[in-house]
Ligand binder design. Structure first.
Ligand code: GTP
Ligand code: 5AD
Ligand code: SF4
Length: 341
């Protein structure tokens, strides 16, 4: 195991398999046009599996496949099988918007995927049309059902709460999760790269979310999660026994326990969601670096890590959009959809 300058281990790797997406969620991709990563720069499955193996050798036990929308990458179940063959990975998960999940759920489960998280921001199809420019709400619901049906025991739902859009649905979403055997996690709207419409007043805080749920469901008790001290979500329980989570990245950042890093689809390794620059791993990989060379590069880089992006943002007085559009066009790796959340 290796530790960074704040003694945080490198435990979890988020692997983005494509920067493309079939939705245009307002909190992530509100613009009309994007600069995409060149196709030739995308890591092959063999390259992803090799890098993941090197990370596993340094102590990574959790891998989460992300996008863009990861199910847009052809043959994703084949990558899952390749990663499943790495015995040191104890946890293999996927974050998806669910649009294509019905088609792939069974194959992903058969390939050895362990867990699925689906984004669900609203229960109203017409809101999704406006908010994500998509008419495929029914497909997302079918995807959630298919994930359960395919045998994934713990399906989680991610809801980014945006004031004026879905903050009136918080309680209904918990009730939906309860009915469908899925745990909802409410995420505070973050000022990450790509959130070009972000403003402080649209953030619905953890405190406000708890207040609203308390008003509808009565007493809420925290669920201590000793097994996952680095998990971003705090979990809570209603009197009915139903649990839900809150990811308070804006009002209560969890950088102190952050063991995550992310690999973009073109092989750039980012140590923080907010980091301006990443480390190129594709270059050395394609230039013939050995596993030992790659391991040394990753080790040295992690040991120098001092990122605490979300905590630093707390200190910004006039907090607004992180990057202007021109800065995102100049380097699309600054985008949340390229970094994979
Ligand atoms: P598990 O706890 O393993 O289920 O995964 P997760 O919660 O990390 O996965 P998921 O992709 O569902 O992440 C949920 C959301 O939390 C992301 O989409 C981000 O909005 C936010 N998030 C994830 N990782 C980080 C992080 O390192 N820092 C911050 N500030 N936010 C994060
Ligand atoms: N704030 C919070 N979460 C975000 N995501 C994307 N953009 C933002 C943002 N601005 C999350 C989505 C999805 C994950 C991949 O990234 O909820 O679950
Ligand atoms: Fe980790 Fe950076 Fe997120 Fe803080 S902001 S939790 S350091 S990724």
């Amino acid at each position: 195991m290796i530790r960074d300058r704040f003694a945080r281990p490198l435990g979890s790797l988020r692997v983005s398999v494509t920067d493309r997406c079939n939705l245009r969620c307002r909190y992530c991709m509100p613009e009309a046009e994007y600069v995409w990563l060149p196709k030739s720069s995308l890591l092959t499955f063999e390259e992803i599996a090799r890098l993941t193996g090197v990370f596993a050798g340094l102590g990574v036990t959790k891998v989460r496949l992300t996008g863009g929308e990861p199910l847009l990458r052809h043959e994703l179940p084949a990558l899952v099988s390749m990663l499943r063959a790495e015995p040191r990975l104890a946890d293999l998960a996927l974050t998806t918007n669910g649009v294509l999940l019905e088609r792939f759920a069974a194959a992903l489960n058969a390939a050895g995927l362990g867990r699925v998280t689906v984004s669900l921001d609203t229960l109203h199809p017409e809101r999704m049309q406006e908010f994500a420019r998509s008419g495929r709400h029914a497909d997302v619901l079918a995807g959630i059902a298919a994930a359960r049906g395919a045998g994934f025991e713990r399906v989680k739902l991610n809801t980014v709460v945006v004031r004026g859009f879905n903050d009136d649905e918080i309680a209904d979403l918990v009730a939906f999760g309860e009915r469908h055997g899925a745990e909802v996690r409410f995420i505070e709207y973050m000022d990450v790269g790509g959130a070009t419409r972000w403003s402080r007043d649209q953030v619905v805080s953890r405190a406000e979310i708890l207040e609203r749920l308390g008003a509808r469901f009565g007493p809420i008790t925290p669920v201590p999660d000793r097994d996952h001290p680095a998990a971003p979500a705090e979990r809570f329980r209603l009197a009915s026994g139903t649990t839900f989570g809150i990811i308070a990245s804006v009002t209560a950042p969890f950088c102190a326990s952050c063991d995550r890093s992310r690999l973009t689809a073109d092989g750039t390794w980012f140590l923080c969601l907010y980091a301006a620059k990443g480390i190129d791993l594709r270059g050395p990989l394609r230039a013939g670096a050995s596993d030992a060379d790659l391991e040394a590069l990753i080790r040295e880089t992690w040991q120098g890590r001092a990122d605490r992006g979300a905590e630093e943002r707390l200190g910004v007085r006039e907090r607004g959009v992180l990057y202007p559009i021109e800065a995102l066009r100049a380097d699309p790796r600054r985008e949340m959809h390229t970094r994979g959340g």
